[in-house]
Write a protein that binds this ligand. Structure first.
Ligand code: NAD
Ligand code: MG
Length: 388
């Protein structure tokens, strides 16, 4: 039986890894929709290969180029936010939500509301709108499959017991490229250094998040929504080799872990085939060659993003949305060379303390909080902590 697929963020790192698996198992899957932000040329190339019914660019300015590049194919070209929603409502059996940032929230929610299976890579949407999103999952009966390697690992480990039997869930963190750097060394790092992750090949935004360890903070909030065991049972350990992707400890002190090469095709394959398994071309795990696995406590002084994210998770309401929005703005400013690396956590912290709205009860309310937090973060670019 073929499964129909929609891939949001098809031209990105996760989107391309997903299509790589589809290429390997063509007879099992049929792609019905592919989307990208503004890269019409890459999207059209993928559309010519996978022949979806619809290809969508989020950026309307890229529409003429997409339309032109798809001339003579059966794929309909479309653009803009409404077209993204339309693509999410096509009723695909399985949707990959791999847009980066809160920009992925409307399409991810629309796919969830369709009540089918949604593979979630777009962690910012869940961090920002966790309650709304989990309520939509409940309402629609959709199956939400975590793609983030840690959450996919936990999901797999939870097949070994029940959630009410869990004593503790431990997310592993690589520690990123600056794991051993002092604060002084971090002050001077460049965007090129920050996006060069030691183990994983990923998009620019998540690579910077890994370097500040905000990525692990976002993942803590993500885990809090996906696996409701309580924040006090969610722990983080630094594990530089990225071989153990996370662990679940049960009440009997039995700990289950999921291991594998650091290759996103492994968790994506698990979600793509679930509840079955498919083959991948990923490297096998060679523990004798790896030799040793190391672990250490995360350092909240050098990586304040971890402290900010846990506090935001504890506060709940609008706070995680503000944390995420400010972080998106600060990371973009860092990548554009406008602020330094240590300014990222500073901008997030100042936005969190300067902007305090009520809890969002609707998507519109959430988006106005997101927009206001972004505007506030923009004003924090060059205010030094002691001058603020
Ligand atoms: P990426 O930057 O490589 O790709 C992002 C995709 O989203 C691209 O197709 C881009 O065209 C599209 N996009 C960007 N902005 C958009 C917008 N405003 N509207 C619509 N589409 C837009 O990112 P990635 O590394 O593939 O990450 C995607 C998501 O998956 C992120 O939320 C990230 O945190 C998560 N994730 C990624 C990895 C990884 O290994 N790359 C691992 C775990 C989780
Ligand atoms: Mg991860």
């Amino acid at each position: 039986m073929t499964r129909t697929l929609s891939i949001f963020g098809a031209t990105g790192s996760v989107g391309l890894s997903t299509l790589d698996l589809v290429r390997q198992h063509r007879e099992q899957y049929r792609v019905v929709a592919l989307t990208a932000n503004g890269n019409a040329a890459d999207l059209a190339k993928l559309a010519r290969e996978f022949e979806p019914e619809m290809a969508v660019v989020a950026d309307e300015a890229a529409y003429p180029a997409l339309k032109e590049a798809l001339t003579g194919t059966a794929t309909k070209a479309a653009a803009g936010p409404a077209a993204l929603i339309e693509a999410a409502q096509m009723g695909a059996d399985w949707t990959m939500a791999a847009i980066v940032g809160c920009a992925g929230l409307p399409s991810t929610l629309a796919a969830i509301e369709g009540g089918k299976t949604v593979a979630l890579a777009n962690k910012e949407a869940l961090v920002s709108a966790g309650e709304l999103m989990m309520a939509a999952v409940e309402r629609s009966g959709a199956t939400l499959l975590p793609v983030d390697s840690e959450h996919n690992a936990i999901f797999q480990c939870l097949a070994g017991g029940r959630i009410d039997q869990v004593r503790k869930i431990t997310l592993t963190a690589s520690g990123g490229p600056f794991r051993t750097f002092s604060l002084d060394q971090m002050r001077a790092v460049t965007p090129a250094q920050a996006v060069a992750h030691p183990n994983w090949d990923m998009g620019a935004k998540i690579s910077v998040d890994s370097a500040t360890m905000m990525n692990k903070g976002l993942e803590l909030i993500e885990a809090h929504h996906l696996f409701p065991v309580g924040l006090d049972k969610l722990d983080i350990v630094v594990h530089p080799q990225s071989v153990i992707h996370s662990m679940v400890e049960y009440v009997d002190r039995s700990t289950l872990a999921q291991l594998g090469s650091p290759d996103m095709r492994i968790p994506i394959a698990s979600a793509l085939a679930w509840p079955e398994r498919i083959e991948t071309n990923s490297l096998p795990l060679d523990l004798a060659k790896i030799g040793r696995l190391d672990f250490e406590q995360p350092d909240l002084v050098r990586f304040p993003a971890l402290r900010l994210a846990r506090a935001a998770a504890e506060q709940g309401g609008a706070t995680p949305a503000i944390l995420n929005a400010a972080n998106e703005v600060a990371v973009a400013a860092f990548l554009a060379g406008q602020v330094g690396f240590l300014d990222i956590a500073r901008i997030v912290e100042q936005t969190l303390s300067g902007y305090v709205p009520n809890a969002p009860h609707s998507l519109d309310a959430l988006f106005s909080i997101d927009a206001a937090a972004r505007a506030y973060a923009e004003t924090q670019m060059d205010i030094l902590p002691d001058a603020a």
